[in-house]
Design a protein around this ligand. Structure first.
Ligand SMILES: Nc1ncnc2c1ncn2[C@@H]1O[C@H](COP(=O)(O)OP(=O)(O)O)[C@@H](O)[C@H]1O
Ligand SMILES: [Mg+2]
Length: 238
């Protein structure tokens, strides 16, 4: 039996009183890559920010390994092992790739452990090792996304929340970045991915949810969703 590592039960989020996430329930099991797909403005980033304690949740519950986390602050949530890689990447351009990666280990104190994590990130993304000393701003969009993901991995998270890692990238880089997510999946990382690149994201997901104006309107395996009528009319226009 799989038990959810992350569980959202009937949560609501509002901006200035306006509902943005409504009665949303979902779960992520250990080792799964769960993908939430939805068009621009459907509430994907809000959902991830709510999990991270950066957005107030009205009603409902968010549980991590069975314990409530929706009243905790972001730092406490990160320390529990939940890491968020934001849409905006938030790299420090003038700092080197290595320095950017090390920033992700801020919750760790053991120097040996930090270097071990750095080597693990380099093993996953050899290109970042080659470019370790270069300012992050000199990297391509796809490489910068690898730095953002690598920085997230530096604290050894139990679950990684990825906010549209392919956003703004040329198609060839989209594939490269999503391949990276596939690599993490194969290594056993638990991932919650939100994406507008519906086909590619569902192609690599264990399971997916479709978000429309803050509500889950469908769920299933990637294949089931891609085949469903609702999905085909909503996203593929067929
Ligand atoms: N800080 C904010 N204040 C008010 N409204 C917001 C804020 N952030 C997002 N919204 C609105 O909430 C809805 C969901 O936004 P968002 O979660 O960013 O969607 P997505 O990530 O799916 O594009 C949108 O209608 C957006 O305009
Ligand atoms: Mg967003």
């Amino acid at each position: 039996m799989k038990s959810p590592i992350l569980e959202l039960q009937d949560i609501n989020v509002r901006y200035s009183g306006l509902p943005v996430i409504q009665g949303l329930s979902m779960e992520v099991n250990q080792g799964e890559t769960v993908c939430v797909v939805g068009s621009n403005g459907s509430g994907k980033s809000t959902l991830l920010r709510a999990i991270m304690g950066a957005q107030r949740v009205f009603g409902g519950k968010i549980l991590f390994k069975g314990k409530e986390i929706h009243r905790q602050g972001t730092e406490a949530i990160v320390k529990l092992g939940i890491v968020y890689v934001p849409e905006e990447k938030m790299l420090f351009g003038p700092l080197s790739v290595k320095e950017n990666l090390l920033l992700g280990a801020y919750i760790l104190e053991d120097r040996g452990k930090i270097l071990q994590n750095l080597e693990a990130v380099y093993a996953l993304f050899p290109r970042l090792k080659e470019r370790a000393g270069q300012p992050a701003s000199t990297l391509s969009g796809g490489e910068q996304q690898m730095v953002a993901i690598g920085r997230g991995l530096m604290s050894n998270p139990e679950i990684l929340l990825l906010d549209e890692p392919s956003l703004g990238l040329a198609p060839i880089l989209v594939d490269e970045v999503l391949d990276t997510v596939g690599k993490l999946k194969r290594k056993g990382m638990t991932i919650l991915l939100v994406e507008q690149n519906v086909r590619e994201a569902l192609g690599l997901a264990t399971r997916g949810y479709v978000l429309q104006t803050g509500r889950i309107v469908a769920e299933g395996t990637g294949g089931e969703l891609l085949e469903s009528d609702l999905f085909r009319t909503a996203f593929l226009g067929i």
